[in-house]
Design a binder for this molecule. Sequence first.
Ligand code: FMN
Length: 460
Amino acid sequence: MPKQIHLAAHFPGVNNTTVWSDPAAGSHIAFESFRHFAQTAERAKFDFLFLAEGLRLREQGGKIYDLDVVGRPDNVSILMAMAAVTERIGLAGTVNSTFNEPLDVARKLASLDHLSGGRAAWNVVTSWDEFTGENFRRGGYLPKDKRYLRAQEFLETAKALWDAWDVDEVLADAASGRYLRHGDAGRFEVHSDQFDITGRFATPRSPQGHPVIIQAGDSEEGREFAAASADAIFTRHAELEAGKEFYADVKGRLAKFGRRHEDLKILPAATFVLGATEEEAAENARQVQYQQVGPQTAIAFAEQIWNRDLSDVDPDGPVPSFDPKTEDDVDSGAHISKGRASVRMYKDPVAIANEWRELGEREGLSLREVVIRKNGRHTFVGTPQRVADTIDEFVQSDASDGFVLVPHVTPGGLDVFADEVVPLLQEKGSFRTEYEGTTLREHLGLQPSPTTTARAEARA
Ligand SMILES: Cc1cc2nc3c(=O)[nH]c(=O)nc-3n(C[C@H](O)[C@H](O)[C@H](O)COP(=O)(O)O)c2cc1C
């Protein structure tokens, strides 16, 4: 039996990969769009539906960045609605640990787990920027070591809350008139660096006990956090060699936390463009790239590197001959682009500008064409057979345990993958033809949460 592939569907989002201007695109906020997308993913027997989160609208040059989709309803609310129109698929939402309180988040996720019959997952993100922090009363942000300390303690606190009810606590025995079995339901006490809370948690233990925990940070701290505590990692490493390296690195950290290789699933984000022939797929991919990087988006991307207004630069002309600003404005919050994580990766903007210029000159490419070449690559391009073969090769060679697929059109972009690629993966025997379990933990092949809590053991 080949290693089994895990697939998730990422509702198209607020990045330029999502082509909202495509005639086939629908609403990005209407119930109907989420329903179509979630039901397609479930029809294809995907492990889970995934929602990203942005807590503040992005800005560039002091204005709202509206070349991409802007705005999204709250994730847990969307997933609650999806629980009502799906039966098996997992429901994963990104929820920030820097700007929320553990009790609120634990309660919402336990509620989602109840209402969906054990399908809830939480992508724990820390965010990184003061700009987002300004939205919240506590203000500002935490330095990275504190953010991950808080994330770790936040998660431990959430688990303490989920464990505050014994599995069999609700007795509801009409004959004796007793509702609770032990009578000490919900009691918790947490004293840590970031939290100091005691009380009673009001939501009974949910079907999964602990909803599935996903992590998406890529820093050293993020990888340690994932190895210590996450059930799955959502990553950007979707190239075969880089994927293998990341996979080995993170899986190699598990043993020191007393965890097994299979306790953490590694799922890179991946885009795809299909065609009846390789040539047709390549041509479709080219067209999508030009939709994703229009003239204004090309300028906006260049501004993020040059860190200055480039509105008078011609996107169809050469890469600017002058150099980017070199002051490091990213951490001080003075950067032209606000609320966008990728700007942190441009550590040496002058080197990037040189690279872009050399590529442009060598191949006679315009600024827009260079941006497409550098930022517009699709993960999988080809016939359905080629794409199925590539996905399977990735997973069988331990470059990942599967993928989080991000189509470029909302909400119908996943349909073709469901209809044409999934059956080929099923033929290979590396992807399920039916759901075997009912909970997301079961779909992902994860161990169930402990059914006896420390409290129950202490009582016994
Ligand atoms: C593939 C991927 C997807 C992410 N999605 C989100 C998201 O939807 N919302 C968010 O606030 N942060 C998101 N992040 C950011 C991180 O989870 C993390 O909080 C941030 O990068 C800071 O942590 P770091 O310093 O470890 O990178 C994502 C990161 C990656 C790699």
